[in-house]
Write a protein that binds this ligand. Structure first.
Ligand code: GLC
Length: 740
């Protein structure tokens, strides 16, 4: 009994069992000493000057001065042991010596870069995704970074939106699992570990649903759709303890996310009881003026803090306006205490009050400059992200002793392009990044010849290099074409109205095809592209995204069969832009098309086949996987019973390989219409050639829940189709009846 009183006494004093002050106690004590300006200062974030990732103000001298006065809480785009130490020293000159947080966009690797995130999603390999973020966190924290603005968990169904490249694709379940793996990787053993960084779930919310796929555009949808499709990855991130959130540029149903009380107060900090802090996206607080939601910066600041935005990234509105608003009684000082308190809590958890320089360590940084272990992982992760879309007559894998190979296309000798968008560029990248040419050369037999012709530029009408490319192709036994979109044609502010190969690339391909040489096409992109002619005429196609530091080696591993491709598309590939949005988990409508060509009085286009060019979850292998014996533990279930599902998968081909076995359901009738398919599970398995494996899943009523038109989240009794297969179109189905 004494122990209980002892504990109670300590907790009353805000102490833990070891008699140390709890973080809450330390935060409360510090807040009690802070002036209003110092509290608001914690809510201010400026960008460093070298890697600005948005429209930047120029007055760097003023920023340094404000840091010394304790009027800045965080800097982004300041990196490196030396530079972070220098900035931290300025903060230590402030009255209360409150350390800065250093944030940066560590989106798909840091010193070692990995596939762009949509490519990583194509691996469906949660273990590799988590490990890649563990490596990224280790490298970034060694460079003095405390906080990454990742994972981006925006579900997106429109490939015209350039930022699909950094997201998890179109599916809520897959996107949620990937977001959780990333957070676990980034935060590792927990905040305060020297190799852990604070993660940031972004962009809150529904940024990927911008009208027309045009970046920063409005989002307008039912709260039901918002809760059903776009919010689950964020709710899961909150429950998983993600350190921070970043809100989004877009308005949601007429209210900018930055000031949107429904998502930031009612849900995030209310119902979800989130204790971390929310940073605005670059300048988005001030952008409420062009949004037409605030008439001036004072109103913008007032609405943003009321709306739940804790830190102001680079709009410079909070410091200018909040102290005045509090003094005028327009903003309750409690809101400032809450916001500053949330931010200070993270600084304590990161151990920065104990040692503000603990992450700024030149020795740790040096160890991460060109970590060979990390590169080796990057090479493996790259090949696991590649999707084999076509392999007619098994032209792939190529033999390493092919006499003459021609690599043709504008990306063949590129190095930095393989980073894709959202990579911090380092001066030695051109030496470190393995080009496609070098990767292929590394694996070709020494008696073989590798020819190269650029053929055309990425995005212009210049055909003067065609002749040389055709000549080069004629000399080869096999041609590898490397086409797509430029690495900086996807990413932020990179929406495209047409998403085919840019420039004259397709014309080049047609000219090379006229030579009659066998062609393998590699497609480099940060999003689904449209390439119908190639898909119909070229025998072998691999989707290589942008794969990072080890790109060339990852690609060669697939082309020469060192690795058997196992990637699956995380987004549907449309036939035309006119078909967008097209996604697998659509509703059936009252007049569903019955097949790919049925167009009469059904929901279809009169001028286009109904199916997408490649469906969600699609990807081939060099081997064959055969599915059989879909077995359910019962076809009649009641209440909280579990449904056990098993399927037999056999590798009936000539290569060992990995297969992503996908589990979908269909709720046949509901108080709101339900999708024709919903991904509810997947397992990536390795099966040796000639072997067979049984794959098992379990479903409970929890997996059947959905939001109805009154936003109740529950499941309904009824019939469900249970589907298992190799992609969202090719499944085996059995039906169950589940009563409450
Ligand atoms: C950008 C992006 C956001 C990024 C931030 C900092 O505008 O929208 O994803 O984290 O600014 O670079």
């Amino acid at each position: 009994m004494k122990r209980v009183y002892f504990l109670l006494a300590f907790s009353a004093l805000g102490m833990n069992v070891y008699g140390q002050k709890t973080t809450d106690q330390r935060v409360a004590e510090l807040l009690s000493k802070m002036t209003l300006e110092e509290k608001v200062g914690q809510m201010v974030q400026y960008s460093g000057f070298e890697y600005a990732t948005g429209p930047q103000h120029s007055n760097s001298a003023a920023v340094l001065d404000e840091i010394k006065k304790g009027k800045v809480g965080s800097m982004l785009n300041v990196a490196g042991a030396e530079e972070t130490r220098a900035f931290q020293k300025l903060a230590m000159q402030s009255r209360l010596k409150i350390p800065l947080l250093f944030g940066q966009d560590v989106i798909h690797g840091y010193r070692t870069t990995f596939p762009v995130n949509i490519g990583q999603a194509a691996s469906w390999d949660l273990g590799m995704i988590e490990k890649s973020e563990r490596i990224a966190a280790t490298e970034a924290s060694a460079y003095g970074i405390h906080w990454t603005f990742a994972p981006m968990v925006d579900i997106a169904r429109d490939p015209r939106w350039g930022r699909v490249m950094e997201g998890p694709g179109e599916d809520t379940y897959l996107g949620t699992q990937i977001g959780l793996a990333r957070i676990k990787g980034f935060q590792g053993k927990g905040l305060g570990s020297l190799d852990a960084v604070m993660a940031c779930a972004k962009h809150f919310a529904a940024y990927g649903a911008a009208v027309g796929g045009r970046d920063y555009n409005s989002v307008d949808m039912s709260l039901r759709q918002l809760n059903e499709t776009y919010l689950p990855p964020f709710k899961a991130a909150s429950e998983a303890g993600v350190a921070t959130f970043m809100n989004s540029f877009n308005d949601i149903n007429g209210i900018p996310a930055t000031a949107n009380q429904y998502i930031q107060r009612n849900l995030l900090k209310g119902k979800w009881n989130y204790k971390g802090f929310v940073v605005s996206d670059w300048g988005s607080i001030g952008e409420m003026i062009p949004h037409g939601y605030a008439k001036d910066t004072a109103e913008a600041a007032e609405k943003a803090i009321q709306g739940g935005s804790d830190m102001d990234m680079e709009s410079r509105v909070y410091m200018a306006e909040l102290p005045k608003l509090v003094k005028e009684g327009k903003v309750d000082t409690k809101l400032v205490d809450d916001a500053a308190g949330r931010i200070l809590t993270k600084k304590f958890e990161m151990g920065l009050f104990d040692d503000p320089y603990r992450f700024s360590n030149e020795k740790r940084q040096k160890e991460q400059v060109n970590n060979q272990e990390n590169r080796k992982f990057g090479r493996e992760f790259g090949s696991k992200s590649i999707v084999l879309l076509k392999n007619k007559d098994n032209i792939l894998p190529l033999s390493k002793t092919v006499k003459t190979v021609a690599l043709i296309g504008p990306f063949g000798k590129e190095t930095v392009s393989n980073h894709g968008f959202w990579s911090v560029a380092f001066k030695d990248d051109t030496q470190r990044i393995v080009s496609q040419f070098d990767g292929i050369k590394n694996q070709l037999d020494k008696n073989s010849t590798l020819l190269y012709a650029k053929g055309c530029n990425v995005d212009d009408q210049d055909k003067t290099m065609f002749a040389e490319a055709v000549e080069t192709a004629r000399k080869a036994d096999v041609v590898i074409m490397t086409l797509g979109e430029g690495h900086a044609m996807s990413g932020e502010a990179k929406s495209r109205s047409t998403i085919g190969f840019s420039g004259v690339q397709e014309e080049l391909l047609k000219e090379i095809a006229k030579t009659g040489k066998p062609i393998v096409l590699m497609i480099n992109a940060g999003r689904p592209l449209i390439f119908n002619w190639a898909a119909d005429h070229i025998p072998a196609i691999v989707y290589t995204w942008w794969l990072g530091t080890e790109a060339g080696n990852s690609i060669a591993d697939i082309l020469f069969g060192t690795v058997n491709p196992g990637g699956k598309l995380p987004m549907t590939f449309p036939r035309t832009e006119g078909q967008i949005p097209v996604y697998y988990n659509h509703y059936n409508t009252g007049r569903p098309a019955k097949n790919n060509t049925d167009r009469n009085y059904v929901s279809a286009y009169i001028d286009l086949d109904n199916d997408p060019k490649f469906p969600f979850g699609f990807g081939l292998s060099y081997t064959e996987f055969t599915y059989s014996d879909l077995v359910l533990s019962s076809e009649n279930l009641k209440g909280d019973q579990k449904l056990n599902i098993s399927v037999t998968v056999s590798n009936t081909g000539k290569y060992d390989g990995e297969e992503v076995v996908q589990l979908y359901i269909r709720d046949l009738f509901g108080k709101v219409v339900r999708p024709v398919k919903e991904l509810k599970g997947f397992k990536k398995i390795f099966i040796k050639k000639g072997e067979t494996k049984k794959v098992e899943f379990t479903l409970t009523p929890e997996n059947l829940k959905f939001f109805d038109d009154e936003l109740n989240f529950d499941w309904e009794a009824g019939e469900f189709d249970i589907m298992v297969g190799t992609n969202s179109q090719n499944v085996q189905t059995k039906r169950v009846n589940w009563v409450k």
